[in-house]
Design a protein around this ligand. Sequence first.
Ligand code: PXP
Length: 245
Amino acid sequence: MITLNVNIDHAATLRNARGGTEPCPVTTAVKAEIAGATGIVCHLREDRRHIKDRDVYRLRETIQTRLDLEMAASDEIIAIARDVIPDLVTIVPEKRAELTTEGGLDVAGSIEKFKKLSDMMHEKNIEVSYFIEPDQKQIDACVAVNADIVELHTGAYSNARGQKMMEEFEKLKSGAKYAKSCGLVIVGGHGLTYSNTALMCQIREFREFSIGHSILAHSVYTGIEQAVRDMLNIIHNAECTNNIR
Ligand code: PXP
């Protein structure tokens, strides 16, 4: 069964718009868990544009499922991660000017650096996931740096239409198969929505999806619990259909 990790960054974006306390990202996370999320994701960016340090510590104390801290490989954030001890960290590239994480991480370009980072997290019993494009060179690099998980970037698939979308689907499918053959756990994330997630479920190697913006946007209409349930229904129905085929 594919599970769902809900990224609650944009509850913090909305809160920060007025500098107050509402909506509370921690309450959002708890409600997402009640609705069936199996993990909560937050990204502590170096510019702290949405999630703040205090949110991460409060999430760690409060949530009952797995906490996934998305982060850049910077010394400051590494120190915070080793103090908070989330269940896992997802290492992403980070550029200050971007609206959201744009491309996959170049793990192959800095093997020694990322191997050291994996070791520092494993020392604290934190699992390590790398957010990469579905390409063999990056997957091999993740094996070389002792990754536990790879999160395959679904952004290009999500932004594409028609034939191009199917080409991106095929890239994700072969990337996921290859990563599985290397013994890695495979997650998919970025840009997944209520209309493009069902097709992703055909890639049976995915163990989990990490979804944020679309669920938080939908929750403005339905409330967060219903928004999480609606996404879970899409995933479960798609998996049932796949099993019948
Ligand atoms: N996975 C990673 C590694 C991300 O950086 C993000 C965006 O924060 C997501 C998943 C969620 O993307 P979206 O908000 O588009 O669902």
